[in-house]
Design a protein. Structure first.
Lengths: 309, 283
């Protein structure tokens, strides 16, 4: 199984010299099994370059893409209208995301490409597109790739995915807050909780179950890709924005016995040098608490080979 | 008047080593009139850096006021809006002008981007600053930050995009992004809007060759920009809104071709600049 990172940034794309090394494109990760099944997780601006490769790779007119969406905040879908295979007859794409009571998945993408925002409505795309809505703990197969889901703690709710193929597993956990101070549902959270405020028991229990679900999803994984957008200081200031710190990811990975962690969804203001420093700090701390965990910071263009080949 | 370029790219932000020099952020230009105040032209991702800069001054204290002119609502012209930090500082005031059939419709377009399925803030109402939103009529002059402004709709694919002329004390700046003229070039109304401008910031998305391939997308080539500049007898042409796949070297070549076209076609006296993210231009 091959994992390729096409976009590793959170919030919005950040071009410029200070993000040149890790990359400025928003979230997009491609997973390809040895048999050739292509699963893409999230469609931030990184997906544009994957699309260019696909239309020029001899797959033109027969590309088959399975797109798993963690949630539909802009940085996870904004690249999709610029994904060239959509505009080529014969290509097929299946879009998967969590089912919501208030809005059909198809409607989310229809308004993204509707007048006055974008000139080509989704309905006019040349590729065949189908939408598949998922339950919180869905389990299903995409050809030879097994997929399992878990709910995350993020405003308007997000989904984590575990993909298993070729005897290897990768888990994508983005976006999520830690499972401690705020329970995110659909409502807007205007301000951080007051210091020392205790959560109602039922919220605490729900968060504990949610965390347990994520740990189980990551169990024995070869690679866990985790939203580590926040530093400890960021979290102190804006815990109600729904993102984790590297140590939250290390904690989950250590408990789950995962082999490797990729820090992901870097904050837009984070320079390459700062990501380097965060990686070094995280490794130093994890040396004491999670000795066997290998840690990398995801960068655009990073390719990881998992399982036997 | 002082212009500053925060985003010069079209369609979608283009991060990466190949775009570091001209910049990869989508359309956003600021204009500071001599009389003070601030006019912001479009809110592509470049608006994020503008916002960060502004927070060092009055906007950081909730005492800032600015006007935002939106050419149209394609993503690359509004996607920086939710990340424009001064909008989250209570006390700041923003006046937004754009093309729509009514002001509530324009507000609805901006709300559409903030909706909970797309953005955690969920509505403009949660942003904090005072925001008023006004749909403007084509051709009719209005006042913004003590400047005279007029707007004309240029064709742009299936839609249209407003071009703005901003005048202060006899100086004129024109912003004409996303212009897909018919075969005959700009309309008489558009040329009248551009006429004699000190600076014409003009859509130059494509080389003439790429323009032919993508004619239906509704953008200008560098050649279209040059022709408009010559016909309207402007003093300076600024190339703007480069294609997302153009590298710095490609944009260098676009500028060189633009210069040569001006020289060959009677526009020797017109200055030409390729817009660079982070650069300023004083008129």
């Amino acid at each position: 199984m091959k994992v390729r990172f096409w976009g590793v940034r959170g919030s919005l794309p950040v071009p410029g010299a200070k993000t040149e090394r890790y990359g400025g494109n928003t979230s997009c990760v491609e997973v390809r099994s040895a048999a050739g099944t292509r699963v893409v997780v999230d469609a931030g601006t990184g997906i544009r370059k994957l699309g260019k490769e696909l239309v020029g790779e001899g797959e033109a007119g027969r590309a088959r893409v399975h797109l798993l969406i963690s949630h539909t905040h802009w940085d996870h879908i904004q690249g999709l209208p610029y994904f060239s295979p959509l505009y080529q007859r014969g290509n097929k794409m299946s879009v998967y995301a969590r089912k919501r009571d208030d809005l059909h998945l198809q409607a989310v993408f229809a308004s993204q490409t509707h007048d006055p925002y974008f000139p080509v409505p989704f309905a006019e795309a040349d590729a065949a597109i189908e939408f598949k809505e998922l339950s919180d703990a869905a389990k299903f197969s995409i050809d030879d790739v097994k997929v399992a889901c878990a709910r995350l703690n993020h405003p308007y709710v997000a989904t984590a995915y575990r993909l298993t193929a070729d005897g290897a597993s990768v888990v994508y956990v983005s976006d999520t807050a830690p499972f401690s101070d705020i329970l995110f549902e659909d409502e807007f959270v205007a301000r951080p909780p007051s210091p020392g405020a205790e959560l109602p028991a039922k919220d605490r229990q729900k968060l504990a179950r949610m965390r347990e679900g994520v740990v189980r999803l990551c169990e024995g994984a070869d690679l866990v890709i985790y939203d580590t957008m926040f530093t400890a200081e960021d979290y102190q200031r804006i815990p109600h924005f729904g993102h984790s710190r590297p140590m939250d990811a290390v904690g989950v990975c250590a408990e789950a016995g995962a082999a490797r962690l990729a820090l992901f969804h870097h904050a837009p203001e984070r320079t390459d040098a700062e990501v380097d420093a965060i990686l070094a700090d995280t490794r130093a701390v994890a040396d004491k608490t999670a000795k066997n965990l290998d840690i990398v910071a995801a960068y655009e263009g990073l390719e990881l080979e998992l399982g036997q080949h | 008047m002082k212009l500053a370029f925060f985003g010069v790219r079209g369609s979608i932000p283009a991060p990466g080593p190949a775009t570091v020099r001209y910049g990869g952020n989508t359309a956003c230009v600021s204009l500071r009139p001599e009389s003070g105040g601030l006019i912001i032209l479009d809110c592509g991702t470049g608006a994020r850096n503008l916002g960060i800069n502004l927070m060092e001054g009055a906007f950081g204290k909730g005492q800032g006021e600015a006007s935002i002119l939106l050419s149209h609502a394609h993503w690359d012209h509004i996607q920086g809006f939710p990340f424009f930090v001064p909008l989250y500082q209570p006390g700041n005031k923003f006046h937004i002008f754009g093309g729509a059939k009514s002001s509530p419709m324009l507000e609805g377009i901006l709300e559409g981007q903030m909706a909970p399925q797309y953005f955690p803030v969920q509505t403009l109402k949660n942003m904090g600053a005072t925001i008023d939103i006004v749909a403007i009529a084509e051709g009719k002059p209005f006042e913004v930050e003590r400047c005279q402004v007029r707007a004309r709709m240029n064709p742009h694919g299936r839609a249209g995009a407003l071009a703005f002329r901003i005048e202060e004390a006899g100086r004129a700046i024109v912003y004409a992004s996303d212009a897909g003229y018919p075969a005959g070039g700009p309309s008489a109304d558009a040329l009248e809007l551009y006429r004699g401008a000190d600076v014409l910031i003009h859509d130059s998305t494509y080389t003439p060759e790429d323009k032919k391939r993508y004619a239906d997308r509704g953008y200008s080539s560098v050649e279209d920009a040059v022709s408009a500049a010559i016909a309207a007898k402007v003093k300076r042409l600024v190339l703007f809104h480069y294609d997302q796949d153009y590298s710095d070297a490609d944009v260098d070549a676009l500028c060189t071709r633009g210069r040569k076209m001006l020289d060959d076609r009677g526009g020797k006296d017109i200055e030409l600049t390729g817009a660079v993210e982070g650069s300023t231009l004083t008129v």
